[in-house]
Design a protein around this ligand. Structure first.
Ligand code: C2E
Ligand code: MG
Ligand code: MG
Length: 901
């Protein structure tokens, strides 16, 4: 237990883990105290303790084993000592008993020899003597006297006289060794009772010393057994009395089968040699301790005590088992205790190792951290330690910083930031994510996100500050914000920012009860510029338009590009109504003025919608919608102008949406009808062709002009379905006309650009239809407008070629109203040029129109195109066109569009 407590002591004297140096060091360098030595010490102690525990267990085991062996030795020695004592006592008793017999026999012999001569031995009086003596000898069974010849001459028992016992050992011994005195015979079985008897004999000699008889007594061995039985000799042990010749005379173990037989342990008898001796013996697979002693007065008799070693050692064994059990329990206890303590210790070692690792990491992190880490003294703000990142970011050398303050180095761009930092640090002991601008050594300004905490180092308050350089992140954020809020091309706010500004404007105006004006600008003809001069010039035009817009509006205005050629302007409350009108005029004129894009002169105009807050809309969506409607109205009413929103526009817009919804059901309701306007061969006056013109009989409004509903059908996509229906009607009609009137009759059909752009299937669909109806494609002319060619895609090109390859004719409708590019005429396989009726209307009065028409006709003919003139209403117009060489004419003069009944 002493050792155990020592072990406990050893395991607990490690003491608490030393406090972190961060709390006691003065600089970051001090914080780098390695823990490796402490860890090594703990590892050494661990090893030592393991060995100590093992040594304790093995050592205590050896000690206990030694002690037990010693105890065994002592037990055996004590056993031997006790055996010796027992044997001595027994020897004393046995000697007295044998002596009693010996002396009795001598006494009886003396009596017999004194009173009788040889003849008198057989006298009966002798029997009486014997019987009288026999009563005094409790352990003697019988007494008798043999005569010279060995016959029983006298006997304590009656009836044995005359029987010869000359063959008995004792008689023979006296005959052969006449000097023999007291004699003990080997045990014999009683002839009468069958029990063991030992015959003690004494010689009867006459005065000359001749043997005249033998006095014998039959001793009962059980007497000895009883005598010795009182002596406590353990089970398995026994006391035996041997004669010198090794015959077992008496044994303390009752019924010993070896009685009368020679000893099995002759060694002990020979070892005794008249004295005493010990010996070990082994028989019947058990070890025995022997102690022998010759009786001093009767050297022919030897007492031998046997003790079973097993029995002797039984208490020792029990004791040993108990000791071993206690020792094992103690070992288990020590091991469990050691394991527990070791676990505790290991976790302490792990903690120390982890702490050491974490300190190393901290040290490495301090040096390698991408963030700037600074330790400053709170009292005077002097830098005590700075990380490498500080040097890298600021450009200062360590020596330039340590021992100086940020104030002295003029690092703060804004001293208010510093004041806030100091105030927070003083009141809360920490600063979290404070953003500030810092001046680098080169003068460059960088933005840092700063966090700091007060720490105590060597009893002094310090500030551990971490500054993350977020300059690049800020710039990126700014860029992203700009990209998200500004138009990259014109650098004006984009739709998202415009919406924000408009919301702010509305909120402000609502709160202050002020009004402001919203302008929606859509450029006219921008698409043409883009298509003809390319996107690069289109972009430059937009940039220039943006610049001009900015010069036309007051500084307080917000100008945004919403996308494409769409701009929006917020003219805030500060801008008066007169200023708004002036700005509108400037905008119209400014945008209308020519743009020079390199060598190209470009003219565009603006359609502007004006909506005022709150009269024209108090909600943002409403205001935007109304400005849009006003802009749409400006476009509708001829472009290059501004239009103030008024409720009538709202009604028009409403009507448009109602019409669209009516249009959806018009086809199913059979409200459409195709009218045909004849096209006349001017040279012959014969009707060779007709144009299919769609009519809508609205159930409540009556006829609706295609000029009104076709754009709605286009914007709603219904034109596809409607167009296919018209085509079916036309195909059937032309088939009929060819059958009944003119085999070469042609009908032209107006096809909207939306139909071309829709799904690219129109050519296949229509040509299949013609095949199904057995109509020659040559009977159909497709009327397209310049707009389609301006917005030419591969899909449109393929469709046109498919029509034309199949034999259908292509007519360019409304020529002269659009861009009127001659390039198209060369580029595409066009059959007819339809001169718009706007040229024809004033042809008789306007010389310019006449010249223009003549030029178009001449040019078309040169390019191999036939010319159809639209809108011939008067004979004069007819004549002029005929004179010009126009091929075909169409107009009210010949016929209005008519239904087929
Ligand atoms: P457009 O293709 O240029 O058709 C000629 C227009 O001029 C027709 O007007 C016709 O009635 C009108 N017109 C013909 N001769 C004269 C005349 O002597 N004097 C006057 N004042 N007008 C004359 P409409 O039928 O109102 O059609 C207008 C436009 O609607 C058409 O112009 C065409 O672009 C479009 N349109 C008509 N039907 C269809 C159609 O089925 N599909 C498509 N996509 N557009 C159609
Ligand atoms: Mg037409
Ligand atoms: Mg036309």
């Amino acid at each position: 237990m002493v050792l155990l407590s020592y072990l406990l002591h050893l395991l607990t004297i490690q003491g608490p883990i030393p406090p972190s140096p961060t709390a006691s060091g003065t600089t970051a360098a001090n914080m780098r105290v390695p823990r490796a030595a402490a860890t090594m010490n703990l590892l050494r102690v661990d090893l030592f303790q393991t060995w100590l525990a093992a040594l304790l267990i093995v050592g205590s085991g050896c000690l206990i084993a030694g002690a037990l062996l010693y105890a065994r030795y002592e037990t055996i020695a004590a056993g031997r000592g006790l055996t010796r004592a027992i044997v001595n006592v027994v020897a004393e008793q046995t000697t007295r008993t044998v002596q009693a017999v010996d002396q009795k026999l001598q006494l009886i012999a003396g009596q017999i020899l004194k009173t009788n001569d040889r003849a008198a031995i057989s006298e009966r009086a002798t029997d009486r003597v014997l019987r009288a003596h026999l009563k005094e000898l409790p352990f003697v069974h019988a007494l008798w006297v043999l005569d010279e010849q060995g016959r029983i001459a006298a006997d304590s028992d009656v009836g044995n006289l005359g029987i010869s016992l000359a063959d008995r050992e004792y008689f023979r011994t006296y005959r052969e060794h006449p000097d023999t005195g007291f004699f003990l015979g080997a045990p014999v079985r009683s002839r009468s009772a069958g029990t063991w008897l030992i015959v003690a004999a004494y010689p009867l000699r006459d005065v000359q010393g001749r043997l005249i008889g033998v006095l014998a007594a039959a001793l009962e061995p059980p007497y000895f057994e009883k005598l010795w039985g009182a002596i406590n000799i353990d089970t398995g042990g026994a006391i035996d009395l041997y004669r010198r010749d090794g015959i077992l005379m008496v044994s303390s173990s009752a019924g010993n089968p070896a009685i009368g037989l020679p000893t099995k342990d002759p060694e002990i008898l020979s070892a005794v040699r008249g004295g005493a001796a010990t010996a070990d013996a082994r028989d019947d697979a058990q070890d025995r301790l022997l102690f022998g002693r010759t009786l001093d007065s009767y050297p022919q008799l030897t007492l031998v005590a046997h003790r079973s070693l097993d029995q002797l050692l039984a208490p020792w064994r029990k004791f040993s088992l108990l000791v071993l059990a206690i020792w094992l329990a103690a070992c288990v206890f020590v091991l469990v205790l050691y394991r527990l303590l070791r676990k505790t210790w290991t976790s302490r070692a792990d903690a120390v190792t982890a702490l050491s690792a974490s300190e190393q990491k901290f040290s490495a992190a301090f040096r390698a951290s991408p963030d700037a880490i600074l330790i400053t003294r709170q009292a005077d703000g002097l830098f005590v330690e700075v990380s490498d990142a500080v040097l890298r970011i600021t450009g200062y050398a360590r020596e330039e910083l340590i021992g100086r303050s940020s104030l002295a180095l003029d690092i703060w761009c804004n001293l208010d930031d510093r004041a806030r930092y100091v105030a927070d640090m003083t009141s809360h002991g920490r600063v979290n994510d404070m953003q500030a601008a810092f001046r680098m050594r080169s003068g460059e300004v960088r933005i840092g996100l700063m966090s700091g905490e007060c720490i105590e180092v060597a009893g002094q308050l310090h500030i551990l500050g971490i500054i993350r350089d977020i300059t690049d992140m800020k710039r990126r954020e700014e860029l992203i914000w700009k990209q998200a809020n500004y138009d990259a091309l014109t650098l004006l706010p984009n739709r998202s920012m415009f919406v924000d500004r408009l919301r702010m404007q509305i909120d402000g105006a609502q709160a202050g009860g002020a009004m402001f004006t919203l302008l929606m600008i859509d450029l006219d003809q921008f698409k043409e510029v883009n298509d003809t001069l390319g996107h690069e010039k289109g972009d430059r035009l937009l940039v220039e338009v943006a610049r001009r817009i900015l010069t036309c509006v007051p500084d307080e205005a917000t100008v945004a590009r919403l996308g494409g050629d769409e701009f929006a302007i917020i003219l805030p409350a500060a801008v008066s109504a007169a200023q708004v009108d002036a700005a509108l005029d400037r905008l119209i004129a400014g945008i209308r003025a020519q743009f020079m894009l390199d060598v190209d002169r470009v003219f565009v105009s603006a359609s502007i919608g004006v909506a005022r807050f709150p009269q024209d809309g108090s909600e943002m969506a409403e205001l935007l919608r109304h400005a849009d409607q006003a802009m749409y109205a400006a476009k509708q009413s001829g472009r290059n102008r501004y239009f103030h929103f008024h409720p009538g526009l709202q009604a028009a817009a409403l009507e448009r949406s109602t019409l669209i919804s009516d249009l959806r059901s018009a086809l199913q309701n059979g409200e459409f009808e195709v009218h045909y306007q004849p096209i006349v061969d001017l040279a012959t006056g014969r009707m060779r062709k007709a144009e299919a013109l769609l009519r809508w009989h609205h159930p409540s409004r009556g006829p609706v002009s295609p000029v009104e509903f076709i754009p709605l059908a286009e914007s709603s996509g219904l034109i596809l379905e409607i167009g296919d229906w018209v085509f079916g009607q036309v195909a059937a009609q032309v088939k009929r006309m060819r059958e009944i009137a003119d085999a070469d009759f042609e009908i032209s059909i107006n096809v909207s650009p939306v139909q071309f752009h829709s799904d690219g299937q129109i050519a296949d669909r229509w040509l299949d239809r013609l095949r199904e109806m057995d109509v020659a494609p040559q009977a159909i002319t497709v009327e397209i407008t310049e707009g389609l060619l301006l917005d030419l895609t591969q899909e449109v090109d393929d469709t046109l070629r498919a029509f034309s390859n199949a034999g259908m004719k292509i007519a360019l409708d409304d020529f002269g109203t659009g861009y009127s590019s001659l390039a198209y005429l060369r580029k595409f396989d066009i059959d007819y040029l339809k001169i718009d009726r706007s040229f024809v209307r004033n042809i008789d009065s306007n010389a310019d129109d006449l010249v223009l028409c003549e030029a178009i006709v001449a040019m078309a003919h040169k390019l191999g195109l036939s010319v159809i003139v639209e809108g011939i209403e008067t004979q004069r117009q007819n004549e002029l066109m005929m004179a010009m060489g126009c091929d075909f004419g169409q107009g009210y003069l010949f016929a209005k569009p008519l239904p087929v009944r």
